[in-house]
Design a binder for this molecule. Structure first.
Ligand code: 5GP
Ligand code: ZN
Length: 131
């Protein structure tokens, strides 16, 4: 999709801090993390909703979500918003993997991390933990 920001990231027209990539999937740091190490996992196939994905894409996506989750060193939330009313802003399927270090909530109390650590450092740490 020409005007989709995540498709542009897949095509490397927009840079990202990638932590995982395979044939069907890409995972990278969320540009506005709500916790340290907040990752977005996306299919390379453009679809707005999870149920629209081809099964090979959906199943590989879930395995990638699991890999990223396994690299968390704390409890974590996995969040997948489908549709505007559900809080979806970017209309390309994505799963948030959000490490939890305190009892802050999600939507409604969604606060961008103010003291973001250097993304290259966070990226390298996650990639290393996924090895
Ligand atoms: P949604 O609210 O649609 O579930 O989440 C979309 C997420 O994509 C947001 O958390 C937002 O910070 C992230 N995002 C939007 N644009 C970009 C971008 O250009 N690069 C990265 N890395 N993340 C983005
Ligand atoms: Zn897209």
């Amino acid at each position: 999709m020409d005007n989709c920001i995540f498709c542009k990231i897949i095509k490397k027209q927009i840079p990202c801090h990638c932590v995982y990539e395979d044939e069907h999937t890409l995972a990278f740091l969320d540009i506005n993390p709500i916790s340290d190490g907040h990752v977005v996992v996306i299919p390379k196939h453009h679809a707005e909703f999870m149920h629209e994905l081809p099964s090979a894409s959906a199943s590989t996506l879930m395995l990638a979500v699991q890999k990223v989750a396994a690299a968390c060193t704390t409890p974590y939330n996995i969040l997948n918003n489908n549709g505007e009313l559900a809080g979806q802003v970017v209309k390309h399927v994505h799963f948030h993997v959000i490490p939890k270090t305190d009892n802050s909530g999600l939507r409604g109390e969604w606060k961008v991390l103010q003291d973001k650590r250097d993304f290259k450092t966070v990226q390298a740490e996650i990639v290393q933990r996924m090895k």
